[in-house]
Design a protein around this ligand. Sequence first.
Ligand code: SF4
Length: 355
Amino acid sequence: MERRKSRVIKLGNKFLGYGNDILIQSMTYTKTEDKEATLSQILALEEAGCDIVRFSVPNENCLDSIPYLKENTHIPLVADIHFDYRLALGAAERGIDKIRINPGNIGSEEKVKAVADICKSKNIPIRIGVNGGSLEKHILEKHGRPTPEALCESAMYHANLLEKFDFYDIVISIKSSDVATTIKANRMLAEMCDYPLHLGVTEAGTERTGLIKSSAGIGALLCEGIGDTLRVSLSDDVIKEVEAAKDLLRVLGIRQGVKVISCPTCSRCNIDVFSVAKKVENAFKNTDADLKIAVMGCAVNGPGEAREADIGIAGGNGEALLFKKGQIIGKIPMENIFDVLMKETEKLISDCTQH
Ligand code: SF4
């Protein structure tokens, strides 16, 4: 897959854009005024593998939290601001790493210029975040509904406002709760500019629906080389957003990590595939080693179906076969399947890291 050659933007201690990692984002849902609660959620997100955290700044009290959060966290922080340009100025003055604002929503050109000027002087990028549900009236009237064309027109309208003041450290996101619209709009936008793109399906829904919609929408774009950062948006625990994003990048081969291949089982199955596969996946979910582990129910098709795996097991008669690179190397008694597979995998990971 050839990646789109997007502009590179510095964002706190990270770089965003072509040639850099595709960064995982999430957003806190604590009250930003509550410094301790917000800090602990950001630290939990960091721990889970989040690269960038956004929080909303709906009022001046929230601004006071910014220096404290900056001081005690280690990844770029983004202030999400709507309408009030003074909050954007305040966030920039207090050391925020990025601002999400739609320049067309904050009033006169002088106000847009004031935000662009302070961000430029402090090397703070701005994300323009266009959502299907909050399109400008004049654009909505022209297109009748939030079509991909309307979303792109809105994004470029906001980008042009910033460009007018010589500001180009721009990241753009175009999100719709409709997967097909999100995909089409981002494809179009990717052709219209070279700004890095933040991907997401907005208001994607609860855990199950949100995961499916995000995987379909974000996944399709990533497979085409589009996207520099992403958020899997869920009506659920923020940590799940990060875990899902990591898994998505991993299954697409964009990030390294352990991949577990497991069969759906059938009447030939001789072992508890479901539980062993889940336990193995959980045990290695934060391991960076690029390894495939297979958990297969039987020896008839097991080793063959998992030929590509680095290590795996296939259920046998009262035991499991242990294989590496498709070759059977031993037998494991039924009660020790998980422990032996864990031990052998750890050995393999340690060999990989030593060489
Ligand atoms: Fe069935 Fe064996 Fe295939 Fe699993 S590996 S689905 S148990 S045939």
